[in-house]
Design a protein around this ligand. Structure first.
Ligand code: KIV
Ligand code: ZN
Length: 533
């Protein structure tokens, strides 16, 4: 193998590192929906999770390996610490993928060795070598990461990488775990590795980086110039702390500025061919899906996918754009699929048209889910004349998030106005099948609803964020509500879409409470098992 591939490999870690950010926890159906969309987007590798971390993580990696890891699909990867039990679980979880990868890691910086691992350099070197060889006994495709490489002694880093490659690593990933390096420093690390690791031509150099100083994307682009050929990134840049390098920013930088990057790939400066395999028209849709399912909102001024990324407010800019788009626009919104929001269906559209359009959008629902989504579609179509692709996606994503066996909102009624005290009545079906009704007064309608729901469900929590966005323009638009609540230091998100934002607010809250409730139940079960052991 040669590390100088003629294009960039996109390794998406939204479902692993991305899911590590507070409140972004996804259930298995949500993970599967994201994995399917990542495959449509054209990513080369999906890091589907950390199989050993929990039975839920294992099940999700395994399901994605079976469903999305097809012959023509992406490589499905599981993370594993450099430990036998982790690697074994990863191997088991990815075994049904046509192309499976194990990604094993151990820290190499002195600070991690001394305080976290309490191991010497010699010990870490031996573990890295042994665990890569162990992973190799399950699959040919093994990735090794020296965690905190950005703060590791370069000489030790070279030694570890050489041993890992000799033991069978086909990709060596260089993480800037704490987002500490600057672009020129990070580029120099990659250059140093190319020049000082004798067997580096037998592996692909990958990079992984966090955005603590807002430099992750810039660092990666500098790494590309110095020979990195795999980029580990997440949709919307979500991830641990300040997040990871954002996929959409990297892909569009390499696309819009390909004349600048082409020479680093040995291509003629004006070569048109893309530097990645990404179908850029899927970017906007993927961004919305991830934001909806994780509850991580995209800031309006976010590059590429933020609501204002293609909006021109100042008169001078608007005037320029009207005369010639190129005056103030470096890329067309169409390139990321921003304008792909056709009016497709209406009140009289039947099941077949509904199913066909969903299929065209990439959603293949089971008969049961299709029926449920169709009922929702008819309700919306009664209120809203024209249904667009984004409306359809909002409805289907909403269905994916429902957890039928837990708390279910059966009714919400509100009375409010400038002469009355906002009062809400709710009926909730509880996990044990009872239908309970209660009412509450609040400072506003949403406050009243949340108080009433709390009286019925009795799940302690604190609301920390509430936001409403409309899916499309117009007075009859579907409203999407995203909330985040916390309990005992953990954050849970909830999301719902409805033409009535009061109903969406109630559903989003119940959705978040269900996530909290599931975790609480799991923890109680674990406590019982530990007590009885
Ligand atoms: O940030 C990091 O170092 C990681 C590794 C596990 C690759 O996520
Ligand atoms: Zn990371």
């Amino acid at each position: 193998m040669n590390n100088n591939t003629d294009r960039i490999i996109i390794f998406d870690t939204t479902l692993r590192d991305g899911e590590q950010c507070p409140g972004a926890t996804l259930n298995i159906d949500e993970k599967l929906a994201i994995a399917k969309q990542l495959a449509r987007l054209g990513v080369d590798v999906i890091e589907a999770g950390f199989a050993f971390a929990s039975p839920g993580d294992f099940a999700a990696v395994s399901k994605i390996a079976q469903t999305v890891g097809t012959e023509n699909g992406p490589i499905i990867c599981s993370l594993a610490r450099a430990k036998h039990e982790d690697i074994k679980a990863a191997a088991e979880a990815i075994k049904d993928a046509a192309k499976g990868r194990i990604h094993t890691f151990i820290a190499t910086s002195d600070i991690h060795l001394k305080y976290k691992l309490k191991k010497t350099r010699a010990e870490v070197l031996a573990i890295a070598e042994e665990m890569v060889a162990y992973a190799k006994s399950f699959t040919n495709d093994v990735e090794f990461s020296p965690e905190d490489a950005g703060r590791s002694d370069p000489e030790f880093l070279y030694e570890v990488l050489e041993k890992a490659i000799a033991a069978g690593a086909t990709t060596v990933n260089i993480p800037d775990t704490v987002g500490y390096t600057t672009p020129s420093e990070f580029g120099a690390i990659i250059k140093g590795i190319k020049e000082n690791v004798p067997n580096i031509d037998q592996a692909i150099i990958s990079v992984h980086g966090h955005n603590d100083l807002g430099l992750a994307v810039a660092n990666f682009l500098e790494a590309v110039k110095n020979g990195a050929r795999q980029l580990e990134c997440t949709i919307n840049g979500i991830g641990e702390r300040a997040g990871n390098a954002a996929l959409e920013e990297l892909v569009m930088a390499l696309h819009v500025r390909r004349q600048y990057f082409n020479p680093f790939f040995g291509r003629p400066i004006d070569a048109e061919e893309s530097l990645t395999n990404i179908d850029t028209r899927q970017i906007y849709k993927t961004s919305r899906l991830v934001s909806n399912l994780t509850g991580m909102l995209v800031q309006p001024n976010k590059a590429i996918v933020g609501a204002n990324a293609f909006a021109h407010e100042s008169g001078i800019h608007q005037d320029g754009v009207l005369k010639n788009k190129l005056t103030y626009e470096i890329m067309d919104a169409q390139l990321i699929g921003l304008n792909d929001n056709q009016i497709v269906l209406g009140k009289h559209s039947g099941r077949n048209a509904f199913r066909t359009r969903l299929k065209e959008l990439g959603y293949e629902l089971s008969e049961v889910d299709l029926n449920k989504a169709f009922v929702r579609f008819k309700e919306v179509a009664d209120k809203k004349k024209e249904i667009t692709d984004w409306d359809l996606e909002a409805l289907v994503n909403d269905e994916i998030q429902q957890t039928p066996d837990l708390f279910k909102l059966e009714l919400v009624q509100i009375s409010c106005g400038d002469r009355s005290r906002p009062t809400a009545t709710v009926t909730i079906r509880t996990p044990d099948g009872q239908e309970l009704t209660d009412a509450a007064i609040g400072t506003g309608p949403v406050d009243a609803i949340y108080k009433a729901i709390n009286r019925v469900t009795n799940v302690p929590n604190q609301l920390i964020e509430f936001s409403v966005q409309s899916v499309t323009a117009g007075i009859d638009a579907i409203g999407e509500v995203t909330i985040r609540l916390s309990h005992e230091g953990r954050v849970y998100s909830g999301h719902a879409a409805n033409t009535d934002i009061i109903v969406a607010s109630a559903q989003a809250y119940v959705n978040a409470l269900n996530r909290l409730y599931v975790i609480q139940q799991q923890e109680q079960q674990t406590q019982l098992v530990t007590q009885n052991a």
